[in-house]
Design a protein around this ligand. Structure first.
Ligand code: FRU
Length: 499
């Protein structure tokens, strides 16, 4: 039966197929989720339903820049091979006329997939310059693929300016929803709601207000148990200028560890900490896999300036690989790529143990654009021990190096010159530099660095220049000892070709 929603989906799908014909693949990911064509941002609605892992995402199907938001969709049985699903949600009601914004998904006892999302409207009908009207809405699906809109479930309270990104879960028989808010006083808050049936919701007050007064809005809150505590993950929007090593991006995500108090409160135990130290990581969302693992995906993209791929290649933005979260005794998150990724390995080169003399560079792989590196080394007297990934020509590429002067792991895109746009340097702390342990995932247009046992991560898009790409390792200014170095090519994730 044709409805305004099915018609809106059909139009979006047709526009996306037209754009797909123009897609250029030089930076298009091999083993990361991205739309077939067009723009994506936040992961949405992560859930295991209908026997598959469901990943939805903010999507503008008709263009590679941000625009009227839809929910795109991909699914997988095993988190290794992915199927492109039709666009799941498109604006079709007056309350979501200007965008199906971010949200989450749950499965009810009778197997219905419920997607909760923010319906967005511009007050002036054009953009957010005169404010927004944001409400929380519901759409339901019995097959996990096609959705029926059910309308508004939470109206906007009077005392907020922004109100979006519902994350829903069930706890001790009660449904909870947390929503990111900007208060009338321009403070970043998390508002909580509760419900016995997931349909009728009661306001449950301000769960958390960011103590930092420069934070005027919290986006994409996620609240979940991990180890013996709870994690509140969110994107603080701030008026403060970047300072020091953290919070240097246009959009930054981080977390606070705390305890859930009886009656559904949240008591922080730590300060806010960055979730990722790279250039391009935002709007992470988690979900519980059937085996009890807490998995997280984040968005690699940006709103601040158009990405090179958006200007020329018909697509923009990808998601991180799925990461498993655990909590360290130091109350810091540990993030590790899920072990399922090993099954994407397509040819391993084991370089064994070796010494790198001062200023020696060793080529580890030729003509490769999707691979991972597992490295254990002692930097020794080297001032910098660095991998040059996306290496094009003699020295262009992205440096992933341990820097002995700062004691930090540095991701430097200054010689990665594939497209216009932001380059720059980011760095993360290294707990034990005497035995450097790195896992680096390199895709055609991205680099994710896991330091140690996942205690620090850097995620950055990086667009290499034209030409064959190689990988090398170099010790600058001193001698380094490599204990083990394995490089593994990665194959693609899609069940069937796009075109
Ligand atoms: C975060 C965000 C969300 C919003 C969505 C709109 O990146 O701004 O707060 O729901 O993107 O696309």
């Amino acid at each position: 039966m044709s409805t305004p929603h099915t018609e809106a989906i059909a139009r979006a799908q047709a526009a996306n197929e037209e754009l797909l014909a123009t897609r250029v693949d030089r930076w298009y990911p091999t083993f990361h989720l991205a739309a077939a064509a067009g723009w994506i941002n936040d992961p949405n609605g992560l859930v295991h339903a209908a026997g598959r892992h469901q990943v939805f995402f903010q999507h503008h199907p008709a263009d590679a820049t941000w625009g009227p938001m839809h929910w795109g969709h991909a699914s997988s049985e095993d988190l290794v091979t992915w199927r492109r699903e039709p666009i799941a949600l498109a604006p079709s009601l007056s309350e979501d006329a200007d965008g199906i914004f971010s949200g989450s998904a749950v499965v009810t006892e009778d197997g219905t997939l419920r997607a909760y999302y923010t319906g967005n409207r511009w007050r002036n009908g054009r953009d957010d310059s005169d404010g927004v009207l944001q409400v929380q809405m519901l759409a339901e699906s019995t097959d996990g693929v096609t959705f029926t809109p059910r309308g508004v479930v939470v109206e906007t309270p009077d005392d907020v300016l922004d109100f979006r990104d519902p994350k829903v879960w069930k706890e001790d028989g009660t449904w909870y929803m947390v929503i990111g808010a900007q208060s009338a006083e321009h403070r970043g808050q998390v508002r909580q709601y509760r419900s016995s049936d997931g349909l009728t919701w009661q306001a449950d007050g301000i769960l958390y207000e960011d103590p930092d007064e420069s934070v005027y809005m919290l986006e994409c809150p996620d609240l979940f148990p991990l180890g013996d505590h709870w994690v509140l993950l969110y994107g603080p929007m701030t008026t403060a200028a970047p300072q020091g090593f953290a919070g240097r991006n246009g959009h930054n995500a981080g977390y606070v560890i705390g305890d859930r108090t009886a009656g559904g409160g949240f008591t922080p135990l730590t300060d806010y900490r960055p979730a990722d130290w790279g250039h391009t990581f935002y709007a992470p969302q988690t979900y519980l896999a059937p085996d009890g693992r807490r998995l997280m995906l984040g968005w690699m993209g940006g709103f601040d300036r158009p990405l090179a791929s958006a200007l020329t290649d018909g697509w923009s933005g990808q998601l991180t690989v799925p990461r498993e979260l655990t909590l360290g005794e130091d109350l810091r998150l540990r993030q590790r790529p899920i072990p399922e990724l090993d099954r994407l390995g397509a040819g391993t080169v084991d370089h064994g143990a070796f010494t790198l003399e001062a200023d020696e560079e060793r080529i580890l792989l030729e003509d490769a654009d999707a691979y991972e590196i597992l490295l254990e080394a002692e930097p020794g007297t080297a001032e910098q021990l660095g991998l040059l990934v996306h290496r094009v020509g003699e020295s262009g590429g992205t440096w992933v190096s341990y820097d002995d002067q700062s004691g930090r792991l540095v991701l430097d895109r200054r010689t990665s010159t594939g497209g216009p746009g932001d380059r720059g340097v980011r760095s993360a702390p290294v707990d034990d530099p005497s035995r450097l342990q790195l896992r680096v995932l390199v895709d055609r247009g991205s680099v994710e660095v896991f330091v140690g046992d996942g205690e620090a991560v850097l995620s950055s898009l990086a667009f290499p220049a034209d030409g064959p790409r190689s990988l090398s390792l170099r010790a600058d200014g001193g001698r380094a000892q490599v204990h083990s170095c394995v490089v593994r090519r990665m194959r693609g994730i899609w069940e069937s070709p796009d075109r």
